[in-house]
Design a protein around this ligand. Structure first.
Ligand code: ATP
Length: 442
């Protein structure tokens, strides 16, 4: 797939109501996006699949929803106030800003060879300055430094500071995990590639607390589990790979790290990070809060600070990967169709419901079928245009099944169900329709 495919995905997302530019009628807000009627369903389904796989289907992982605003000392302890920075350079002529490691800036910033890509002038870049990526705001009515707080740049810290609360209230013992889905904010210098890198995004993070002696075992376990999750969403395994971090790439808190990468239309990029964060976070929070965060093993009585294995996935990035992976253009019966081959479990609409014609009791019966089905799944009633046109509309939004109500439906109580991918049609009794569909949505 090429850059053009990216354009096609962005345009389909807008046309069909998956993703809109934020504040569009005011000229838009850079790299901020709103999720439309179908986008919100798709993203919710992806989050549900993650929540089920991580929390509901496991006894040793608990859920959490911590606040976006937290005590500012948390970000001192975590290292974000001092260290969550990118090196930034400015172009004195066109005022564009770049990350100093941006490949588009060739040569040495500030020197004659330094070339600015936007204005083409040479020797006009400033030297690199550190730029903190956290968004600041003020708590309370007084805008002074004492009331400064941050929008969280990751959800993980909300888990660490609640680790004792969760462990005690849920009576968990090591090894156990805490999972959370929530918004995070980073004032990225160079956001872009649609919803891939944005300043406001959603993370799905799980922190697994282990005995330090078992860290390698659990790191390897989670690495496998996470890859399995992505393939279970129907993502093409040839477009997924691991990228282990070399010593130069490792974050200050990590002993071992691997990314799950996806081959996006713009190349291989990180989708999820798996990190062995050691006891870095809990030690720092112990130090800064003065509270004991050690664990006492109930069998051996041994005391230690747990190690943390983290899995951190961006919901928006996952959605982009899923969309890019599902997008296809095909010839069907001599006509071109655009189709999103989404896994049925994440498709925003599960079935289109079409009365063949606008008479002979078909619309009324179709409405009855709709009422019955919508108790179990999102469906879409469509009466306008030829059946072929209606199929194309549903194909483009990834609806796995289309149900047509025809003369035989009215006389004999059966409908045709057309499968988006095989294009095969089955004749199904209306009484069995719900279970027929439910069986095929998992
Ligand atoms: P990158 O190198 O792409 O900036 P990172 O290594 O800083 O990412 P982490 O801090 O490990 O990312 O965040 C975990 C996950 O959160 C990422 O794998 C990604 O899916 C998501 N994520 C991070 N930053 C953004 C962003 N600006 N926009 C969308 N998703 C993001």
């Amino acid at each position: 797939m090429s850059e053009t495919s990216m354009d096609k995905i962005v345009s389909l997302c807008k046309r069909r109501g998956f993703v809109f530019q934020s504040s569009e009628i005011y000229g838009g807000l850079g790299s901020v996006w709103d999720y439309g009627p179908l986008g919100v369903e798709l993203k919710k389904n992806l989050k549900d699949r993650w929540w089920n796989a991580m929390v509901r289907e496991r006894e040793n992982i608990e859920g959490l929803d911590s606040a976006i605003l937290m005590h500012p000392d948390i970000w001192k302890a975590s290292g974000h106030v001092d260290g969550f920075t990118d090196p930034l350079v400015d172009c004195r002529t066109c005022k564009n800003r770049f990350r100093a490691d941006d490949e588009r800036i060739k040569g040495v910033p500030g020197e004659e060879s330094g070339q600015c890509p936007a204005c083409g002038n040479k020797g006009v870049l400033t030297g690199a300055r550190s730029f903190n990526l956290m968004f600041k705001t003020f708590m309370g009515p007084v805008e002074e430094s004492a009331s400064e707080i941050y929008l969280r740049p990751e959800t993980a810290q909300g888990i660490y500071v609640n680790y004792v609360n969760v462990m005690q209230s849920s009576r968990q013992k090591l090894p156990f995990g805490i999972a959370q889905i929530g918004k995070a904010f980073r004032n990225e210098i160079t956001p872009g590639n649609f919803i891939f890198r944005t300043r406001e995004f959603e993370q799905m993070e799980m922190q697994f607390f282990v005995n330090p002696a078992d860290d390698k075992k659990w790191f390897d376990y989670w690495r496998e589990q996470r890859m399995e999750f992505h393939t279970s969403l129907g993502i093409n395994p040839d477009k997924l790979r691991f990228h282990p971090h070399g010593p130069g790439e490792l974050a200050h808190y990590a002993k071992e790290a691997e990314d799950v990468e996806y081959e996006f239309p713009f190349g291989w990029q990180e989708m999820e990070g798996i990190h062995n964060r050691t006891d870095f976070d809990l030690s720092r929070h112990m130090e800064h809060s003065g509270k004991k965060l050690e664990y006492r093993d109930p069998v051996s009585n041994e005391r230690f600070i747990p190690y943390i294995i983290e899995t951190s996935l961006g919901a928006d990035r996952l959605m982009l990967a899923v969309l890019a992976d599902a997008y296809a253009e095909e010839e069907v019966e001599g006509e071109k169709r655009v189709v999103l081959k989404l896994h049925p479990s994440v498709a925003p609409i599960k079935a289109g419901i079409f009365p063949l014609v606008k008479k002979d009791g078909m619309p009324e019966l179709a409405r009855k079928v709709q009422e019955e089905l919508q108790k179990a799944m999102p469906v879409s009633y469509d009466i306008s245009g030829s059946i072929g046109k209606r199929y194309r509309r549903q194909d483009e939004t990834g609806t796995p099944f289309c149900v047509t109500i025809d003369g035989e439906s009215v006389s004999a109580g059966s409908v045709t169900v057309r499968d988006r991918d095989t294009l095969k049609q089955d004749r199904v009794e209306i009484d069995n329709l719900k279970s027929y569909l439910v069986d095929r949505l998992l």
